[in-house]
Design a protein around this ligand. Structure first.
Ligand SMILES: [Zn+2]
Length: 72
């Protein structure tokens, strides 16, 4: 029997290690959004694209503001 084929019937939250079913998309304990489980049964955190985008836009705005205020 191949070790890699052992069925994982649950996954764990990467934040608080709460066990939940594989189909869960959100931790019932800490509300962390969850993706697929990895081979250790630990759920992956989905990438928060809108969060990254907001951060990048804020940085660009800040850099532009500094340039506009001091270097023009
Ligand atoms: Zn959790």
């Amino acid at each position: 029997m191949n070790k890699d084929e052992v069925a994982i019937r649950y996954k764990r939250c990467p934040e608080c290690l709460t066990k939940m079913t594989l189909s869960s998309t959100k931790c019932p304990s800490c509300n962390q959004k969850l993706g697929e489980a990895n081979q250790h049964g630990l759920a992956k955190k989905p990438i928060n694209w809108s969060g990254y985008l907001t951060t990048i836009i804020l940085w660009i705005a800040l850099i532009y503001f500094i340039w506009w205020g001091f270097f023009r």
